[in-house]
Design a protein around this ligand. Structure first.
Ligand code: NAD
Ligand code: DAU
Length: 352
């Protein structure tokens, strides 16, 4: 069995679904079901006794200790986090709590558990920490892509909290010998992404005839990766990654935000034409995000060289699948657009 944290969120749910579709090893899924966690993401696993869901907080040491002792997982795959940069600007406290204190709590529980194992079990145990490229800071137009050796320069409360968690993971390996692995991935997109992030927000707003907000000049660059490719990279690193190593994961797919939004508008024009006219008419430039990182790009050569991983999906195929998924799952989108979601839109966009 493996313990997955945050397995009801966007990437965690895709990981759990993919894991159980490709192998029989059970998953213990610990998730606090914040606004971003949604059991509907896991509906396909109803009645599947390989999936054990626990509603709980990674900051709850007693709970984590009990789960480790009862279920004896051979690995922890740690996705749980507060993940949205704009929310971290409005309220950084939750990011420090979950991303820093939560990771600290898991590391301490894992250390105690691992220390109690016999030689063989201890040697096989892994703590895989899922992190982000944002810890490396912002690139200029001609800078080389982020390699694993790049110094950390986090710029937002979100990326600072993730950088802090990465440092804790590193230290627990160097000081205590805990067998850790870290992945630093670029921007994901795909099914079940909460419509606060650029791609699902653009799709949801376009279909509702609402403005498509572009921060600043729209020329900020992100390196987009289909979520299924991130999940396969995490599986590879868990299976064969070097203990104490970090692996950058990316899509070799740098694109300015305005291009991403135009591509989505073009796909919607094709798949769900709007009688009122092309969706791009809704594009609206708004006030920039404070401290907005200009460019991210991942140098993913290490994971390819050492583990043979490369993304399987092209952006053209992945974004088409994603737009089609949102069109076919309008009920899912409606269910996550609660009063709290509308309050968030008001808070983030009304004053822009
Ligand atoms: P998400 O916000 O969609 O999901 C986070 C999940 O964690 C939710 O299910 C939530 O309920 C759960 N959670 C939050 N606080 C918790 C707590 N205290 N205890 C237990 N569960 C808690 O996030 P995501 O986009 O799926 O990201 C998952 C991980 O991947 C994060 O660590 C993030 O930093 C990292 N990451 C994300 C991206 C991306 O583009 N989304 C890219 C690289 C890395
Ligand atoms: O790089 C990996 C990171 O990618 C992950 O660690 C984060 O968890 C994930 O949220 C994502 O962070 P970004 O800030 O890059 O993602 P977001 O979708 O919020 O924004 C993508 C780009 O689009 C960014 O340059 C800001 C811009 N944007 C975003 C929103 C929500 C807009 O122009 N308009 C918007 O309304």
């Amino acid at each position: 069995m493996i313990l997955v944290t945050g397995g009801a969120g966007f990437i965690g749910a895709n990981f759990v679904l993919d894991w159980l579709a490709t192998q029989d090893e059970p998953v213990l899924n610990l998730d606090a079901l914040t606004y971003a966690g949604n059991l509907e993401n896991l509906a396909a696993l109803a009645g599947d006794d390989r999936h054990h869901f626990v509603h709980g907080d990674i900051c709850d040491r007693t709970l984590v200790d009990r789960l480790l002792a009862e279920h004896r997982p051979r690995a922890i795959v740690h996705f749980a986090a507060e993940s949205h940069v704009d929310r971290s600007i409005h309220g950084p406290g939750a990011f420090v709590r979950t991303n820093v204190e939560g990771t600290f709590t898991l590391l301490e529980a894992a250390r105690a558990w691992w220390g109690s194992l016999g030689v063989e079990e201890a040697a096989a145990f892994r703590f895989l920490h899922v992190s982000t490229d944002e810890v490396y800071g912002s690139l200029g137009p001609n800078d080389p892509a982020f390699a694993e050796t790049k110094a950390y320069e986090p710029n937002s409360p979100y990326s600072a909290s993730k950088a802090a968690s990465d440092h804790l993971v590193r230290a627990w390996h160097h000081t205590y010998g805990l067998p850790v692995l870290t992945t630093n991935c670029s921007n994901n997109y795909g099914p079940y992404q909460f419509p606060e992030k650029l791609i699902p927000l653009t799709i949801a707003n376009a279909l509702a005839g609402r403005p498509l907000p572009i921060y600043g000049d729209g020329r900020n660059v992100r390196d987009w990766l289909y979520v299924g490719d991130h999940c396969s990279a995490v599986r590879e690193v868990l299976a064969r990654g070097g203990v104490g190593e970090t692996y950058n994961v990316g899509g070799w797919n740098e694109q300015p935000n305005i291009d991403i939004v135009n591509i989505i508008c073009g796909l919607l024009d094709e798949l769900r034409p709007d009688p009122a006219g092309p969706y791009a008419r809704l594009i609206t430039f708004v006030k920039d995000r404070p401290g907005h990182d200009r460019r991210y790009a991942i140098d993913a050569r290490k994971i390819e060289r050492e583990l043979g991983w490369r993304p399987a999906e092209t952006f053209a195929s992945g974004i088409r699948r994603t737009v089609q998924w949102y069109l076919e799952n309008q009920g899912w989108v409606e269910n996550v657009q609660s009063g709290a979601y509308r309050a968030w839109l008001e808070r983030n966009y009304a004053s822009r």
